[in-house]
Design a protein around this ligand. Sequence first.
Ligand code: KG4
Ligand code: ZN
Length: 361
Amino acid sequence: MDLILGIETSCDETAAAVVADGNEVRSSVVSSQMARHAPFGGVVPELAAREHLKAVEPVVLAALREADCTLGDLAAVAVTAGPGLMPALLVGVGYAKGLALGQGVPLVGVDHVLAHIYGAFLDGGVDALRDPATYPLLALVVSGGHTLLVLVRADGTAERLGTTLDDAAGEAFDKVAKLLGLGYPGGPVIERTAQGGDPAKFAFPRGLVPTGGRPVAPEDRHNFSFSGVKTALLYHCRNQGGGEGLGTAWSEGFLADTAASFQAAVVDVLCRKTAAAAAEFSAATVVLSGGVACNRALRERLRQALPTSLALRIAPPKYCTDNAAMIAGHAWHAWRGGVRHGCALDAYCRLPALSRMPFRA
Ligand code: KG4
Ligand code: ZN
């Protein structure tokens, strides 16, 4: 039984987890800083780093305690190396280096985006990863920082098919919620506000999908753009004679219809693009993960948009939002394959320029 401690500090959650054999989650502790960032309507990188510094040790100790193990039981320490906010990443990477060095165990750096995909396989799904029938696997990773379509092939390589040209889907939820004065984080509050609203009431634009007989440029067919819907929403609010942000007294009905129509526009784009890519690459499996994958409208609509012959794996909500179980689980494959980053591990803030990334060793 190989126990790996995972540490995650790429954004505004300080998380640690112990996972056995890349599969069985023994503990997963998440300490959220959301309340500290809420007054700013988004994550402040320097503030995030200071909060991680305070939280990382207690969170790691809690994860070890909950897993009923000690540092001496660990086969390796894994940490998110990127992408993410650089000041925030450096806290986790520095702490993990110290821990691994002090303990004399290997240190493995993990890619946060690939780990999000792995989140759909925790707690018993690892056998599916070994099964060639699972591939090609198409993953839609939708979070506050990323909107990506990733294709994973049976040989274990991952290729980024498309990404957002401007805002990430979660970022659009967050910005629209701020505009409507609904608070932060935007995803959950937009979803709540949309309940009872009419998703067809306002026709918000769908970015980079064929509209009015006009096709999308081939190079953008797997890319996303959410700045158009955000701007449309801004003008939509102004046309209602309201200003921006907190204090604007929108009627409940207007807010519900606006939130529902906005959510429908984003979900529509995500599902249409995923279904088109799944067909193009004859995907056997589709994975949905990342914070926005908590959204029930998206989960339901994607189920309807895909043929039933295709296996759809949606990460459970606790592994959709940032957590360290996905880091420790994913790291196990690299560790077994001999990956040892040691103290040379560097944090990186953007997705690697390389279009192919190893997914499993
Ligand atoms: O994966 P995550 O925890 O952090 C990043 O790696 O970014 O994702 C956070 C994002 C936020 O933008 C948040 O608004 C969004 O996920 N989110 C949602 C929902 N829950 C969280 N978006 C839509 N609907 C939700 N229910
Ligand atoms: Zn994330």
